[in-house]
Design a protein around this ligand. Sequence first.
Ligand SMILES: Cc1cc2nc3c(=O)[nH]c(=O)nc-3n(C[C@H](O)[C@H](O)[C@H](O)COP(=O)(O)OP(=O)(O)OC[C@H]3O[C@@H](n4cnc5c(N)ncnc54)[C@H](O)[C@@H]3O)c2cc1C
Ligand code: FES
Ligand code: FES
Length: 1335
Amino acid sequence: MPSHHNSDELIFFVNGRKVVEKHADPEVNLLQYLRKVLRLTGTKYACGGGGCGACTVMLSRYNVKTKKIHHYPVTACLVPVCSLHGAAVTTVEGVGSIKTRIHPVQERLAKCHGTQCGFCSPGMVMSIYTLLRNHPEPTPEQIMEALGGNLCRCTGYRPIVESGKTFCVESTICQVKGTGKCCMDQEEKSSLGSQEKLCTKLYNEDEFQPLDPSQEPIFPPELIRMAEDPKKRRLTFQGERTTWITPVTLEDLLELRAKFPKAPLVMGNTTVGHNIKFEDKFYPVFLSPLGLPELYFVNTTDDGVTIGAGYSLAQLNDALQFIVSEQPKERTKTFRALLSHLRTLAGAQIRNMATVGGHVVTRPRFSDLNPILAAGNAIINLISKEGERQIPLNGPFLEGSPEADLKPEEIVLSVFIPYTAQGHFVLGLRQAQRQENAFAIVNAGMSVKFEDGTSTIKDLQMFYGSVASTVVAAKQTCQRLLGRSWDDQMLGDACRLVLDEIYIPPAAKGGMVEYKRTLIVSLLFKFYLKVRQGLNKMDPKKFPDIPETYLSALEDFPIETPQGIQMFQCVDPAQPLQDPVGHPIMHQSAIKHATGEAVFIDDMPAVDQELYLAVVTSTRAHANIISIDTSEALALPGVVDVITAEDVPGENNHKGEIFYAKNEVICVGQIVCTVAADTYAHAKAAAKKVRIAYEDIEPRIITIKQALEHNSFLSVERKIEQGNVEQAFKHVDQIIEGEIHVEGQEHFYMETQTVLAIPKEEDKEMVLHLGTQFPTHVQEYVAAALNVPRSRVACHMKRAGGAFGGKVTKPALLGAVSAVAANKTGRPIRFILERGDDMLITAGRHPLFAKYKVGFMNNGVIKAADVEYYINGGCTPDESELVTEFIVLKSENAYDIPNFRCRGRPCKTNLPSNTAFRGFGFPQATVVVESYITAVASQCNLLPEEVKEINMYKKSSKTAYNQKFNPEPLRRCWKDCLEKSSFHARKKAAEEFNKKNYWKKRGLAVVPMKFTIGVPIAYYNQAAALVHIYMDGSVLLTHGGCELGQGLHTKMIQVASRELNIPKSKIHLSETSTVTVPNALFTAGSMGADVNGRAVQNACQILMSRLEPIIKKNPEGKWEDWVAKAFAESISLSATGYYKGYQTNMDWEKEEGEAYPYFVYGASCAEVEVDCLTGAHKLLRTDIFMDAAFSINPAVDIGQVEGAFIQGMGFYTIEELKYSPEGVLYSRGPDDYKIPTVTEIPEEFYITLVHSRNPIAIYSSKGLGEAGMFLGSAVFFAIYDAVAAARRERGLTKTFTLSSPATPELIRMTCVDQFTDMIPRDDPSTFTPWSIHVS
Ligand SMILES: Cc1cc2nc3c(=O)[nH]c(=O)nc-3n(C[C@H](O)[C@H](O)[C@H](O)COP(=O)(O)OP(=O)(O)OC[C@H]3O[C@@H](n4cnc5c(N)ncnc54)[C@H](O)[C@@H]3O)c2cc1C
Ligand code: FES
Ligand code: FES
């Protein structure tokens, strides 16, 4: 940290060690301090805004009043280091380490297979660890609550929750809900009557070390002494640009407040920190009263409770829980309403940081608590040097009117929340994109009081959040309803009045306008029902109850702890014990992930002289660059250079991919220049000062529709046709035509793209370290950009914190950009994309638009289908052509349609270039197929599953492109799935449920899958490996595949162990690099283990053949003896293994080929419940049957299937990218792009790896990396089923289409009813919407 005068010493502890920082800078947060100053890199950066939990650490503070130590989780990225004076920080390194002793939390997370890429793992460990410090024997609910603020993009959470549940008292060994038998102790019989046994034990609990809370580090006594010190004085920390002042008494605080009225009071810093990071706010002075005893208290009186402003929302939660447990129910309605929202507001970390005072004062438009506090007549107690005063929370204060605001010198001391009385009802309501840790789309706090003994309204209050720039009160509505009776007529009037009063303009920021309007009345309706129910409870004779079919409308979906079983083939008992193939072996790096010792790129220590790079990206979708003015940027401190297209020594446009924009920009987010500086903060500050003048160019093409209008394509059309489609249409009973839109998806790998480029002084060599799926590609692009032979460029890749296709091509672009900067400055370059830049620049899954025409008989037999697909490729070729080919080839899915035509073409638009994403077009295209099957079913009055069964491939057949295959495993998966999930019985039960529940509907769906791995170009399937045996017998294994979290290296070690007949422990796998294995192809297409496994096998077999004569001569000898002997006999102990690859091909002229090596089959069944009033859904149960053939590692394969399923489910339901009509991506972080959290996973989750034969692949295995993605669409179609039930009941029997994703908005607006009918609609031609769909 830079040196400054007049600064106090900042004293805190990290992992038991005292830190004395003499130059504490208020602008530095704990995450930066841990990583860069203390070099504790276990704590990760993944978003910087408190939204992902990757940076979770435990804070411990001593409370002088209670004399207790308070441990709580925080997101280090939002903790200013200056706020830590007197605190103890525990990071993952302090919990346990391989070097000393790993902690049971770390051990169990690893052994339960709760880590894949490992980037989220330290955060997960810290969340569970902190919970255990407070509750050594937690309940499963507490585990769920503790993990709600931690995102994981790989695992699908189930194994993480399971590792946490091993600490629960009610033993979690048994995973089968209520069956009374323990699944861990048994072997299940395989479904189809075969004698084969299935195993269910993915780990062995007996191996776990017990948790011994007495072994945890103690709180540093010095900090207790510091806290108790009566001579404590005000502290000041002076940074480079800002000053931080920590008062020690309330008086002192008020003094400072008067002196610095504009300085924020930094409490939880969850708003201040956010504003600084994302809104570019700058504050020269901060006041930090965190921990000031006068702000921490709960005071209960006869009228209500007063909560100190310093209380965190978590402490507020605990206090309210206690009061609710003590007080009669009717007094605590406001408290219970608050509690219901406190459970889902943000994640546990934010709830432990954010304070009551901060929440109330900031009055965010989305506030979950203020509407309830306002409805509950809460009062804010203010204090200043002038004295104290009270203001109501519900008046002009809440609306943000300046005259009602706090005076500059005032602070909030506390908030008073009155008790409710009989006949006073208070309720909180909310709907968000996902249930937990997501800002509300609309929320509300409502209260009503009645004249004694009547249902005549005496007082009514309604407050809505997220519908305007502040929380708004429906004052006039409430006023007009006074004196009215609480009945249906009043409700009708109330809805009309409130829609008049709260008008959301059609182009309102945030969009979803009609949905929000609908929610305004739907939430009001829920309140209405709840109150009617309450009145009925008070006096059933006087007040009739609500109809029984309406009852379930009142219940929010509970957050349940998931249960489930995972089944897989048992290893043949005759297999040698040492042979690990087929066993559920833990990920090779799992323990290192859990201890934070696994090194990712930005964890690598600084290289001498290194510079940080920040990007300047285009703000226009299509424009000429008139000028770039870098003068201001270059003048800033620490800035070394600005790099533009002019600085690229070689090709700036390599195969259509542009490194630095030159003369013209073709999308928002295109890299125009980069700034290199001594720190990232300096580089970023300077990047903001680069001035670029643009002149827009026409056309600006953003959507597929616009691209079609302009005939704008990236490549030619691809087509597959069989039979005679036109002829067949003439002989069918019915024809349906339709259109479907499938929006894109963000990879949201937890580790953003990161490059470390190190120029070498000799021979123009460049060394790059980066997380990529394709080091060869990086090497090619860097060599092209630098104009050097590829032999001068070395790319090293140890691991990536998730990739999912997003690190196939994009690292080459970013590598070239960094290498050019390194080349120009002559210094190493560290280029870490911030989450927002990553989401903007690297784009994601292709949005898709499809038109279909399907001809079928009334019995459901489909005779002909003609489908056209268009994908939004963005502005450069990337892999859009290949994605289109995959779509065309794979889109028949599991169905045998005799006359079938399928065409596809990628559109060129002015969006960032879309790229590979798990499934590579298949998950988008197959939604279309399943949708038209569903539409056919609807037309024929059949279940979709019946139409699927009728049209599914049943015997050895040929695909539409003439490739032979045997669908027997498909049939098995399909039948097993229907049978084992009890689909038909549950479907009946759901229908019964639906009859009894008007506002909640259940739906079920089963989707079958025929997926392919690999690529239809033979040379793409080749692979190589390099195996060295050292003289001590240890083995260094290298191959061309990249470890992305998918467990590839773990499987490769298993292969080598079997082939060399040595234990895994003798085999080391360090990294992938272009130096050791040249020209390796991408690790993608689900074939990493297939092809690299063969190459490793080949290398090992070569080595074994060399050792064979020696072994024969000394069969009783040890491995080490044989190796020593071989060396003595001058036998080479190093071998290259090679696999030529699957000999696939595709002739697009003839429209036929052996396009893929083999097929992977599967089926999944999902059951959901939908809330028709809000559009929320809950995934009740999922059953997956996946044809794994023989699984080399069932833990890894199940992890892939589950993780892909949850990622797919996110894609089809809640993940929604928002673009402006001008092509600006709005969703650039976890705040506005919602991937599934632990709350979204199925309550019951059953997964079976189905055994089949696949002689073509190594050990008869199959590649399962991508296949699970599409199975997530079962959730989409189950939602469809539920929505269809709602529509039928409302008399809407016509077939309808759902676009993907089926968001709460789409679900709600498709469940048409009196509320959607009453909202105002806008003529689309009269306004420009805030956001548009680009599919
Ligand atoms: C990732 C994330 C998710 C979130 N999710 C939700 C959500 O789902 N629902 C929701 O409602 N909110 C949500 N929030 C917002 C959160 O509730 C607020 O940011 C928080 O309550 C603010 O409290 P704080 O203590 O952190 O305020 P700070 O950031 O410390 O301060 C904010 C402002 O309040 C002022 N202030 C603080 N205390 C006082 C006081 N005692 N007297 C006078 N002024 C004071 C400060 O001067 C400052 O200007 C989320 C925030 C984050 C970061
Ligand atoms: S990096 Fe801190 S919460 Fe995401
Ligand atoms: S293991 Fe959780 S993000 Fe990769």
